[in-house]
Design a protein around this ligand. Sequence first.
Ligand SMILES: Cc1cc2nc3c(=O)[nH]c(=O)nc-3n(C[C@H](O)[C@H](O)[C@H](O)COP(=O)(O)OP(=O)(O)OC[C@H]3O[C@@H](n4cnc5c(N)ncnc54)[C@H](O)[C@@H]3O)c2cc1C
Length: 436
Amino acid sequence: MPTVAVIGAGLGGLPAAYELRHLLPRDHTVTLISDKSHFTFIPGLIPVALNLKPLAHVQLDLQTLAQRHGLDFVRGGVTHLDMPNRQITVAGEKTIDYDYVIIAAGASLDFDPIPGLGPHGGYTQSVCTPTHALAARTAWLEFLENPGPLVVGAAPGAGCFGPAYEFALIADQQLRRHGLRDQVPITYVTPEPYGGHLGVSGVKHAQELTAQLMQERGIEVIDTMAITAVEPERMILANGRSLPFSYAMVLPAFRGVQFVRDLPGLGDEKGFIPVLSTQRHPTFPEVYAVGVSVKLPQLDKTEIPIGLPKSGQMTEAMATAAAHNIAVQLGAIRAPLQSPTLDALCFAEFGDTGIAYIAAPVIPDPETGQRRTAYAARGPWVVWAKMAFEEYFMAKMRLGVGMPWFEKLGLRALFNLKLFRSVLPEDLQALMQASP
Ligand SMILES: Cc1cc2nc3c(=O)[nH]c(=O)nc-3n(C[C@H](O)[C@H](O)[C@H](O)COP(=O)(O)OP(=O)(O)OC[C@H]3O[C@@H](n4cnc5c(N)ncnc54)[C@H](O)[C@@H]3O)c2cc1C
């Protein structure tokens, strides 16, 4: 009987496995492979780093979930994929045969281009993994004892900026609460062409709302700027300016995970995986990819190159579409193939207020450069919506649910987001011919 394997059990992999389990007959195996023992709700790591939440609040044990929801769980990092023979190697030894595979392994963090960047032998913190968030929290607690300048930002090539704004603004709120803000000048350094760009241009109100908020909170924004080196307590910028810091949190550029980078033909030069609009690999029909692992074009030409953000909600839509399409290919359901529209919604929490950024779809029409809708809105409701979404998502993961119909309906009714469209067989044929 067929086996569908899912590599990675994050925001893309776990919902994909649940959707597959829901769509496929019981005699089909769904194998979930993860190098971590726990699922982590990554957006929840910022409050963890700022000591506002325990890590356990945003984690779930994968073995327990797999047992409860009918998944075969394999704990270990994938080291090789043999596409012609449809075989996965885990930790260099165990092999797993598959009929279809979904790669949802996220990204690896590229600290290398900037000397002194990152928590592994460098001088800056990160909030991108549970281990990093815990190290950032330890450093934060020491910083509160011995405050000084705070620098937050993102490296050239980064594609994820929302968490850096969240970190700077929640840190500001916490420092005020501790009565320390006057001892801590805060600077935000970014390769974005303006504050509030977040890797997506043309989002109505995003620039004004973000600039206004940073100004209100007394945070200096340095945009269109590359960090060139980090020394103990000093950050060097491309214009020669040197920023002193007692605490620094910088988001690095992302690249594909190691096993994808090692496999010629699977990913691009950075290890991101090209896909057709059905999430299927153009060359290997049994390989699907979702989430941060996927190659998406950045059509904005910025002075310093930056990536396109791949939000959690886009990732979940890709995962749902990939599972649906595999179920169609296996004959488990009779339906047209699906394509995620890549309509993006991101709630950024900034303490007592927040900004919702909406870009539908995130990639504008290549011919007109237009989107159906793109705007930002500010208010305390964003903080409540983000909190509610986190609780809802964690509950879904506990209960073994992917993306239910009422979630799709809710996003459509509230934000005019239409997450999926049908793909006609002739469209797919054309896409395959057009792909490299
Ligand atoms: C700090 C931070 C905050 C964010 N906040 C938001 C937000 O507020 N809203 C939003 O929409 N998006 C947010 N995002 C983006 C969001 O987290 C991502 O879109 C989402 O996590 C992508 O899901 P994924 O499954 O592709 O990757 P991940 O969730 O990172 O999951 C990938 C999983 O694969 C595992 N893995 C890696 N390599 C292997 C291997 N070789 N073998 C087996 N397993 C492997 C990893 O350990 C990981 O568990 C944030 C991102 C960061 C870094």
